[in-house]
Design a protein around this ligand. Structure first.
Ligand code: PMP
Length: 358
């Protein structure tokens, strides 16, 4: 079998050694005579997977002691609701509207309480991030989306809201670079880009935030339930957590998040320079200061050319280069598991395509 070069935005490329190990272990996990898929989440075998994955997240992201690492279901979308349900109460929270995902989180928060918009990038078509923010005094939290997967823009440095807790959706760039966890009160991420299977969700939450969770919430919706039960109140997404653990081990083998970040820089640099040196054949609409190192978005001179670009690239084994249906254009998602060689192949193809069609 020839594997494709995978540029899907999510679910996205997983490291091949991880997939191969899963194939190896799927029927008989570590000689148990059972698959992990059919093993109790209270078993010692699963316990090792669950706590091993938590330990690795703590280690790789240097998570301070006073934070819980949780595994939930429901994807990042459930967090759009859980964050306000747990922390907003009768107060207000602050939002930065930087693209489709921040806007979706905002819409859910608004259903639950009062939200102040500190920045709305809609009029600039979400191609910029704010240089500074004026948080609302006493706000319950400030929410931001560290990487906008559809618009292709990323916070390379984070705002400082002072005493106001900062909450971040890091679904599409968690573990792609070092992050100052101690500056955030809560980080959440759906797994399907840099971590593992869709549905599985990682939450990293500061202990003192747990005190704010109202007792009136149904059990699953409360962070307290999950932190008090080490994410084993109900059946966690066991297979997802297992794959996340393997991906984390793979990241560790690459040299950790710092090393992976260097490779990610290199891949993004290759692609953006191919775009910027194409004499305008390819255009990235995002302000260069805020371009994403995970999702590189670009346009071609016409939509017809974009369609043939996607079709031809597909024929050459490159998959997932069509932009999100809401914005069109092209997008190369280059998460941790996309190799430098894969990106080099795309860059070659881009040059060749521009020469033939420019
Ligand atoms: N936030 C961001 C930044 C995303 O990219 C996505 C999914 N692409 C989501 C949230 C929603 O995640 P899920 O589909 O896991 O609910």
């Amino acid at each position: 079998m020839t594997r494709k070069t995978n540029f899907y935005a999510g679910p996205a490329a997983l490291p091949l050694p991880v997939l191969e190990q899963v194939r190896e272990e799927i029927v008989d996990y570590h000689g148990m005579g059972l698959s992990l898929l059919e093993t109790s989440h209270r078993s010692s075998e699963y316990d090792e997977v669950h706590n091993g994955a938590i330990r690795l997240i703590r280690k790789l992201l240097k998570v301070p002691e006073n934070y819980h690492v949780l595994f939930l279901g429901g994807g990042a979308t459930l967090q759009f609701a859980m964050v306000p349900l747990n922390f907003l109460g009768s107060g207000t929270c602050d939002f930065t509207l930087t693209g489709s995902w921040a806007s979706k989180a905002y819409k859910d928060a608004k259903k639950i309480g009062t939200v102040n918009v500190l920045y709305d990038g809609a009029d600039k078509k979400y191609t910029m991030l704010p240089d500074s923010l004026q948080p609302t005094p006493g706000a319950a939290y400030l929410h931001l989306t560290s990487n906008e997967t559809i618009g292709g823009l990323q916070w390379h440095s984070f705002p400082d809201p002072g005493q106001i807790p900062m909450v971040a959706d890091m679904s599409s760039d968690i573990l792609s670079r070092p992050i100052p966890v101690e500056r955030f009160s809560l980080i959440y991420a759906g797994a399907q880009k840099n971590l593992g299977p869709a549905g599985t969700t990682v939450v990293i939450v500061r202990e003192e935030m747990i005190e704010r969770c109202p007792d009136t919430l149904p059990a699953y919706l409360s962070y307290r339930t999950h932190s008090e039960n080490n994410s084993l109140y109900n059946t966690p997404p066991v297979f997802g957590v297992y794959i996340v653990k393997l991906v984390l081990e793979w990241i560790e083998k690459q040299g950790g998040v710092e090393k992976v970040a260097l490779v990610n820089e290199q891949k993004a640099e290759q692609l953006y320079s191919a775009i910027d040196s194409s004499d305008g054949f390819y255009r990235c609409p995002v302000d260069p200061r805020f371009r994403s190192k995970m999702n590189v978005v670009f346009r071609l001179p016409t939509e017809e050319l974009e369609q043939s670009f996607v079709a031809e690239s597909k024929k050459q084994g490159m998959i997932g280069l069509k932009g999100h249906r809401s914005v069109g254009g092209c997008r190369a998602s280059i998460y941790n598991a996309t190799s430098v060689e894969g990106v080099a192949t795309l860059v070659e193809f881009m040059k060749d395509f521009a020469e033939r069609n420019g």
